[in-house]
Design a protein around this ligand. Structure first.
Ligand code: FES
Ligand code: FES
Length: 154
């Protein structure tokens, strides 16, 4: 069975006739948005995290037909006029990127968190809790927490 859906990704309007069984992860990667990574495929690792109406969601567990009428953000859209976002720069400055496979998903979770808590005094446990759905096997997490912390202050 197929359905036609309309949605926005990184400011660009899409209208697609898709198989209703397609996941959002598959749809986005088919559209060339390869920052969205396929990790576990079962909602455990967060490598596939995107923002749907500014909420972090595992796109592997989300049917593409559900984005009808919604707005999606991926890492590709965080680069504006050739300039990376504050969150991306903070990850680099903090040394929070190693192999990089988890990084796009983390960046989207952090972006939503920073937009919600900018200027607030949030403790590190709260940052950890909000990123619990994203796994990283390289960094040990501390540098990621530092990156997010510095974004909240700047
Ligand atoms: S690939 Fe989606 S949570 Fe792991
Ligand atoms: S940087 Fe390698 S999994 Fe996170």
């Amino acid at each position: 069975m197929r359905e036609t859906i309309s949605f926005v990704v990184n400011g660009e309007h899409y209208s697609k006739n898709i198989d209703v069984r397609l996941s959002l992860l598959e749809l986005l990667r088919e559209e060339g948005l390869t920052s969205v990574k396929h990790g576990c495929g079962v909602g455990e690792c967060g490598a596939c995290t995107v923002l749907i109406d500014n909420t972090p969601i595992d796109s592997c567990m989300y049917l593409a037909v559900w984005v009808d009428g919604k707005t999606i953000r991926t890492v590709e859209g965080e680069i504006k006029d050739g300039k990376i976002s504050q969150v991306q720069q903070s990850y680099i400055d903090a040394g929070a990127v190693q192999c990089g496979y988890c990084t796009p998903g983390f960046i989207m979770t952090s972006t939503a968190f920073v937009e919600k808590h900018k200027g607030q005094n949030v403790d590190r446990d709260e940052i950890r809790k909000e990123h619990a759905g994203n796994l990283c096997r390289c960094t040990g997490y501390e540098t990621i927490i530092c990156a997010v912390e510095s974004c909240l202050k700047d």
